[in-house]
Write a protein that binds this ligand. Structure first.
Ligand SMILES: Nc1ncnc2c1ncn2[C@@H]1O[C@H](COP(=O)(O)OP(=O)(O)O)[C@@H](O)[C@H]1O
Ligand SMILES: N[C@@H](CC(=O)OP(=O)(O)O)C(=O)O
Length: 457
């Protein structure tokens, strides 16, 4: 059995739905379908998830939302109309949308999560209706029915392990099961979503919980490329890569697959095949365990992300002071802030944060506490921080990789603030200014893929 997830771009309108249905019908093993919310039909379009966020904000401001409700509903209606599905069949979808503001929510965060989740929840309902209308035996399954349990973090939830026992007990025949991606339910029965792009996570959870042979993830590119195609022109396509390469690259900017979605697949050792809905016969990218991978290049890919900020702290004899880092981490804990990386020297320390969890007030309060408690000689907040991740199983036994990365950056006057090589030795992380990150990716890509196409002997 295969779990097949379709991203927002694959479900943006009627013609895209038609391609998806052909893909589902082409292989009887494609039994478990995961839908995202309808995405962008063209570049300037707005994803349904973003329309729902606007709807939630209007509701919170107690403003009239009739127009946005109609805009959202029209996205579903136009898809239904494409398949000649009678409008009457969409009444439950309209009602669910209209009723969203009238349900009880424990907080505004949970209200936001419930609104956002309805992009996928209603799209999965619509997909099941259309499949049935076309004579394909299909059933919508809500995460509440399937037992997808998540943590009490309304807009950034993680899966609870109990989910897998519920999924193992799910009984089904030979019909297609249509699940909405992106959300689950807390123990208290509230909707909580994963972080943005999180329908990939639902697909991976179902693949593990339902014991799939393969997790197919359909998107709008032929394969995962060695660099983001929005940064590098026509980058090389990756045919095969490992789970941990994918995790590091998606963490650092390969938004094509969510970094957290790798974990359930690793836990159950299920291969992931990223494919293009518009060219389903192409092989795409296969993501596999290390044991099934033989590197042919030093580098598999290079990614960048501007979502970071860093705190630089200098104090002489830092290396001799017992408990210094503990006190620092206690301050982060007090403000409920997690950190991403902490490279250090003898007298200094840099802490790198994901900015999406921080606001100006928290940053200022945290800095104040650090100054008071730890009395550093120097304390700087660096808001302009990007991370470049150079990843490849093939670099493990290679000498001189760092030099090859740094040389073109130095030649092009791109400053590197930090270099960190992970203990796994399959990735090297660089810190740069945000304005330099794209140029750095281009230079590193050229060095490894254009100037020296294959480096491993
Ligand atoms: N390394 C990469 N290879 C391919 N696509 C990438 C890469 N990095 C970023 N992307 C972007 O990811 C997009 C697909 O992800 P996303 O928009 O989330 O798709 P979906 O709507 O299918 O969920 C591509 O259109 C591409 O612009
Ligand atoms: N619809 C959600 C979840 C998701 O995975 O979407 P997409 O498949 O379009 O990346 C979002 O926009 O974040």
């Amino acid at each position: 059995m295969k779990v097949v997830k379709f991203g927002g771009s694959s479900l943006a309108d009627g013609p895209q739905f038609e391609k998806v249905i052909q893909i589902i019908a082409a292989d009887s093993a494609r039994q478990v379908i995961v839908t995202s919310a309808p995405g962008k039909r063209e570049k300037s379009d707005t994803k349904v998830t973003d329309l729902l966020i606007k709807y939630a904000k209007l509701t919170l401001m107690q403003k009239n939302a009739t127009e946005i409700v109609q805009t959202i509903f029209n996205r579903y209606l136009s898809i239904a109309t494409y398949f000649n599905l009678p409008e009457a069949e969409l009444i439950p979808i309209k009602e669910a949308l209209v009723n969203l503001p009238h349900r009880d929510y424990p907080s505004t965060d949970y209200l936001m999560a419930a609104f956002k989740a309805h992009g996928e929840r209603l799209n999965a309902r619509l997909m099941a209706l259309i499949l049935t209308h076309l004579g394909i035996n299909a059933r919508f399954i809500d995460p509440s029915e399937a037992g997808i349990r998540v943590t009490d973090e309304p807009n950034n939830a993680s899966v609870e392990p109990s989910t897998y026992a519920y999924l193992a007990a799910l009984s089904y025949g030979n019909e297609k099961l249509v699940f909405p991606g992106f959300f689950g339910f807390t123990d208290a029965g509230q909707i909580a979503t994963f972080s943005r792009g999180g329908s990939d996570i639902t697909g991976a959870i179902l693949a593990r919980g339902l014991n799939a042979d393969l997790y197919e993830n359909f998107t709008d590119v032929d394969a995962i490329c060695a660099a983001d195609p929005r940064i590098v022109n026509n980058p090389l396509e990756i045919t095969r890569m490992t789970y941990r390469e994918m995790r590091e690259l998606s963490y650092a900017g390969f938004s094509v697959f969510h970094d957290e979605a790798i974990i359930p697949a690793i836990e159950a050792q299920i291969p992931i095949n990223v494919k293009n809905t518009n060219h389903p016969n192409l092989p795409g990218t296969l993501i596999v365990p290390e044991s099934q991978f033989e590197p042919i290049r030093t580098i598999t890919g290079v990614a960048s992300s501007n979502r970071f900020a860093a705190l630089y702290l200098h104090r002489y004899l830092l290396n001799k002071e017992v408990g210094f880092t503990l006190k620092l981490l206690q301050i982060l804990y007090k403000y409920d802030v997690s950190y991403e990386h902490m490279p250090s020297g003898i007298d200094d320390l840099t802490i790198i944060f994901d900015k999406s969890q921080l606001d100006e007030q928290t940053i200022q309060a945290m800095l104040h506490d650090i100054q008071e408690t730890l009395q550093p000689d120097q304390l700087n907040w660096i808001d302009d921080y990007a991370i470049i991740m150079v990843v490849g199983e093939g670099m493990r036994n290679q000498i001189g990789v760092i030099e090859q990365i740094i040389a073109p950056l130095a030649e092009n006057k791109i400053g590197v603030h930090m270099i960190n090589q992970g203990a796994s030795r399959i990735s090297i992380m660089l810190g740069t200014r945000q304005a330099d990150s794209k140029a750095a990716v281009k230079q590193i890509y050229n060095q490894f893929f254009v100037n020296e196409p294959i480096s491993i002997s």
